[in-house]
Design a protein around this ligand. Structure first.
Ligand code: 13P
Length: 251
């Protein structure tokens, strides 16, 4: 089954405006000749519009790291789906583990955000993944079922075609502890089965499922070789053009 291959960089709360623009320039300069894979960057929200303008008519797509689900209102500090669109973003990360565990987002909020993204023509990158404690207690499949089913409640088959899932085990994020290719592949299989049960095999078979958590140039090859891994969502190693490009160019 040939699926989209997606290499995404989540810049989190890093980069000045100047650094963000230099980073995108560096990535663009190294992308000529890269044909069979898609590249997405998620800059901090204040730089999203400038990055999106620079990336228009290039092979890099741009996404926002988060948004709120209401259309507008007295929600100080939040960004609406229409604002994400207006900034030139095609994608939006929903339910990143830092949103869930630092800011307390729950599955219900994640679900409202997924539906709001879809209804505004945005393509959500839904992030799921278990904590170390949950993995050690053998609860990974249960956690994935709760997160996937919770996030996709009320989403229809047409909407699901616009969703990307990122499996990011919390214990592997920013820790240098990458999941083994086999662990990641196994979790992706569980996610694809869950999506198949809700939306049918055909939809599940084309769903891109990305792995995230300490992806680096020196561990990408093993991950990329796995059948169920359709790309990666990279944090730290996406902040330098050269290391992100080394990951994107994996054979
Ligand atoms: P690191 O690659 O820095 O572990 O971060 C992963 C991540 O959270 C990407 O969204």
């Amino acid at each position: 089954m040939s699926r989209r291959q997606i290499f995404a960089g989540n810049w989190k709360m890093y980069t000045t405006h100047g650094e963000a623009m230099a980073l995108v320039e560096g990535i663009l300069a190294g992308l000529s000749g890269v044909k069979d894979r898609e590249v997405i960057v998620f800059p901090p929200s204040p730089w999203a519009k400038a990055v999106a303008e620079r990336c228009a008519k290039t092979s890099i797509a741009v996404g926002m790291q988060n948004m709120y689900y209401e259309n507008e209102g007295a929600f100080t500090g939040e960004v609406s789906p229409a604002m994400v669109r207006d900034a030139g973003c095609r994608y939006v990360l929903i339910g990143h583990s830092e949103r869930r565990h630092v800011f307390g987002e729950n599955d219900g909020e994640v679900n409202r955000k997924v539906k709001a993204a879809l209804s505004h023509g945005l393509e959500p990158v839904l992030c799921v993944g278990e904590l170390l404690d949950e993995r050690e207690k053998d609860l990974t499949d249960e956690v994935l079922a709760r997160q996937v089913n919770g996030a996709l409640e009320g989403v229809d088959a047409a909407g699901m075609k616009k969703v990307i899932v990122a499996y990011e085990p919390v214990w592997a994020i920013g820790t240098g502890k990458v999941a083994t290719p086999e662990i990641a592949d196994g979790a992706h299989r569980v996610i694809r089965r869950l999506v198949g049960e809700r939306f049918g095999e055909e939809t599940a078979s084309v769903l891109p499922i990305l792995y995230g958590g300490s992806v680096k140039p020196d561990n990408i090859a093993g991950l990329h070789a796995m059948e169920e891994i359709d790309g990666v969502l990279v944090g730290g190693a996406s902040l330098k053009a050269e290391s992100f490009l080394d990951i994107i160019r994996v054979k």
